[in-house]
Design a protein around this ligand. Structure first.
Ligand SMILES: Nc1nc2c(c(=O)[nH]1)N[C@H]1C(S)=C(S)[C@@H](COP(=O)(O)O)O[C@H]1N2
Ligand SMILES: [Mo]
Length: 390
């Protein structure tokens, strides 16, 4: 099987551990696979079963991520749904219960949105110590053009009663929770609650991805696309929408994808929503080598959910001095922006720490350190990238 081949190749290319005087603690990339530039980029296997695949971020060279390189985050094995048998059930606090076929959904007026989706656990493997969960490094983030029907239109067709406050969105994938703590016994499905105000505003029921039919691993035949929000909101293999009169408290809502926030001296759990501002460096890659006295292109991507970027800055001296990077292309709401900076390398050989830092139009910038109240989620602090000048 092709996956085991990728698996072997990826894990054999462990980078050497290096001494890093400028960074507190260990090299965050100590076990990072080095991208071999001469090979065609491939997804990096982070977990076999269920399959979890990372976009090889160091190969970033286009705004749109091709479907075969778009990261995959599955909690359970992908269900095998067929277009013919598929139904979307809309029920709960509605005037009319619906059982829509795929054809009925496809016959409704379609829209296309481009959206950068990031898993809330992206970059957690670079925490020190690494965060628990799928060990994502840089690439649990990708950008695609999604085509489908506005969720608002389907909800209008069902007629939402005015007591409804949320849409409970359920996928057809199921499994037992084996990692404690979790609900024991019966299999559960992946389900999330979406506030109606969000559900009726720019959320899509997508059946196409980058012009192609939605691939199996990305939710065939129908998935939610919630622009600006972390990926967990974009429920795949969507088969049921239930209008409910209180916030949903299922396992993937109340136990996962939360952070803690002090409210009057007490810590309360808060569900994750939109992606805070973040920039990552694609090249040079961690532990890469560059020639001294030369011009080197430092480049990557930066994004923020439900806001806009103001600037991306680059430091080539471990965070002492910062220079504005060049933002490429045009800004697009809820999409990453590619950026670059030309770095004149030092005349002397040695180790250098590269950093990138993005700021949004509200002035929010990336923190220097991870906030432990976010657990292994929402990792958006500045990530130092060690590079060897020779
Ligand atoms: N039904 C279902 N939907 C799901 C998931 C899942 O496991 N099952 N994973 C979620 C998470 S955590 C993320 S980050 C995105 C990933 O979407 P992708 O696999 O298309 O990249 O899907 C979300 N939707
Ligand atoms: Mo995720």
């Amino acid at each position: 099987m092709i996956l085991s081949k990728i698996h072997r190749r990826t894990f054999l290319q462990a980078a050497p551990v290096a001494a890093l005087p400028l960074f507190l603690g260990a090299n965050p990339f100590a076990s990072a696979p080095v991208f071999a530039g001469q090979n065609a980029p491939q997804l990096i296997v982070r977990q076999d079963n269920p399959v979890n695949l990372e976009f090889p971020f160091t190969s970033l060279n286009s705004f749109i991520t091709p479907n075969n390189l778009f990261y995959v985050r599955n909690h359970f094995p992908a269900p095998e749904l067929t277009a013919a048998d598929y139904r979307l059930r809309v029920e709960g606090l509605v005037e009319r219960t619906l059982n829509l076929t795929l054809d009925e959904i496809r016959r409704m007026p379609a829209q296309t949105v481009t959206f950068t989706m990031e898993c809330a656990g992206n970059t957690r493997a670079l925490l020190n110590p690494p965060g628990a969960g799928v060990p994502w490094q840089l690439g649990a983030v990708s950008t695609a053009e999604w085509t489908g029907v506005p969720l608002a239109d389907v909800l209008a067709r069902a007629g939402v009663r005015n007591t409804a406050v949320e849409v409970q969105c359920e996928g057809a994938d199921q499994g037992r929770i084996t990692t404690a703590p979790g609900p024991a016994g019966q299999p559960i499905s992946f389900a999330r609650g979406l506030p109606l105000t969000v559900a009726q505003n720019g959320v899509l029921l997508a059946y196409r991805m980058n012009g192609a039919e939605l691939p199996a691993n990305h939710g065939f035949p129908l998935r939610l696309v919630v622009p600006g929000w972390y990926g967990m909101a974009s429920v795949k293999w969507l088969t049921r929408l239930a209008l409910i009169d209180r916030p949903f408290t299922g396992y993937f809502q109340a136990f996962h994808y939360i952070r803690y926030e002090p409210v009057q001296g007490q810590y309360q759990s808060v569900g994750l929503t939109t992606m805070p501002v973040k920039a990552l460096i694609a090249q040079p890659a961690a532990d890469g080598r560059v020639e001294r006295n030369s011009d080197v292109r430092v480049h990557g991507a930066a994004w923020v959910g439900n806001s806009d970027l103001r600037q991306v800055e680059v430091s080539t001296d471990g965070g002492q001095n910062w220079r504005a990077a060049r933002l490429l292309g045009q800004p697009q709401r809820n999409c990453w922006r590619l950026w670059e900076h030309t770095w004149r390398t030092p005349g002397q050989p040695g180790r250098v720490m590269l950093m990138a830092r993005a700021t949004d139009i509200q002035g929010n910038t990336q923190p220097e350190r991870h906030d432990p109240n976010r657990g292994a989620y929402m990792v958006n602090h500045v990530i130092p990238v060690p590079v060897e000048v020779r």
